[in-house]
Design a protein around this ligand. Structure first.
Ligand code: AHR
Length: 331
């Protein structure tokens, strides 16, 4: 059983979007790193589970960071087949168990109000990892830690405009409907491309973060548009790799006939960029376990934190940049 903690949630400065948790009756926990098991801070991690290389890196990094040596007992609860109900069940169990803090990577962007209200009634702070939830202006969670999806996808759009000064026909391979980052990535892309009349949207379709599904989808799109597509915005690396396969199946040259841009920045994508098969890769940095630990410590020690903590990410726009990054790539 973890250290008993009582929290009085005090809204911080609304203007600063900061939320503060007053702490009373704390005994031990994260700031008392290395104590016995009963001194460990219990963290319920409602996770996504197997989904692709980005998710594997992100969830491994969280688990590698919140160790007993660091003063934590992290309880990892991956979803069953990406099913939100399994996440809600795990969330409820963590509340009933009285963990000190809940980390949530939501498989769905909506449907969390009841769970969050239960955690608030139990005075258990909730911190969003990566995925946002709707409504995003709620005080039912303390903060969200993630790269800025809107900014990342605007970077992809800026690359596309620079690569095609006279415009292009483009297609968007989206992640699953209802996932917060998909909406944010569409918004970022549209904010830039929407003011470029020479860019023509041929269409958009989900390929559910999957290489195989993206290959199938884009094969059909190429056939039905007589291969007249110059840009693919794939909202994650796996789907971009599938688009490469579809382009090659059509007898076209990826990077020449069709330029493909992706988000995540995993090794496989950088290798494809180094091989000139991808044309642009925007990192969506998954390695923010240390940031999450720092935020958890601050919240449990009663300090205020911003309502959205942005994880810095970089971009890769050439084979040389990819080749330079690959030897030290950690995901
Ligand atoms: O929420 C982040 C997204 O989820 C990543 O871009 C994708 O690869 C993962 O499945």
């Amino acid at each position: 059983m973890s250290a008993t903690r009582r929290f009085t949630q005090v809204l911080g400065l609304a203007a600063a979007g900061a939320l503060a948790f007053g702490l009373a009756g704390c005994s031990g926990g994260a700031s008392a790193a290395g104590g016995g098991d009963d001194e460990l801070t219990t963290v319920g991690f409602v996770a996504v589970g197997p989904e692709g290389a980005w998710r594997e890196a992100n969830e491994a990094n969280i688990q590698d960071t919140f160790t007993k040596e660091a003063g934590f007992d992290l309880k990892y609860a991956p979803a069953t087949n990406l099913d939100q109900k399994s996440q809600i069940d795990a969330f409820t169990s963590f509340v009933d168990e009285g963990v000190d803090v809940i980390l949530l990577s939501a498989t769905e962007g909506s449907g969390w109000e009841d769970s969050l209200e239960r955690a608030q009634e139990a005075e258990i702070p909730v911190i969003l990892i990566d995925r946002g939830i709707e409504p995003d202006d709620t005080d039912l969670y303390v903060t969200r830690i993630a790269p800025d999806n809107n900014e990342v996808s605007q970077g992809v759009a800026d690359w596309a405009v620079g690569a095609f000064p006279d415009g292009a026909n483009y297609f968007v391979l989206e992640g699953p409907a209802g996932v917060s980052v998909v909406n944010e990535r569409n918004e970022g892309w549209d904010e830039v491309i929407g003011s470029e009349p020479s860019f023509v949207k041929v269409g958009a379709q989900t390929a559910n973060w999957s290489t195989e599904e993206a290959k199938s989808v884009f094969e059909t799109v190429l056939k039905s548009n007589n291969n007249d597509i110059q840009v693919v915005f794939a909202q994650n690396d796996e789907m971009g790799l599938g688009a490469i396969q579809a382009v090659e199946e059509a007898g076209l040259v990826p990077g020449v006939d069709v330029k493909i841009a992706t988000i995540d920045g995993t090794k496989a994508a950088l290798e494809a960029l180094a091989d000139n098969k991808l044309s642009f890769v925007a990192e969506y940095n998954p390695l923010f376990g240390e940031t999450a630990l720092d935020v958890v410590n601050k919240v449990l020690d009663g300090e205020s934190v911003d309502s959205y903590i942005i994880v810095p990410s970089e971009t890769f726009d050439s084979p040389e940049a990819a080749a330079e990054a690959l030897p030290d790539r950690k995901f």
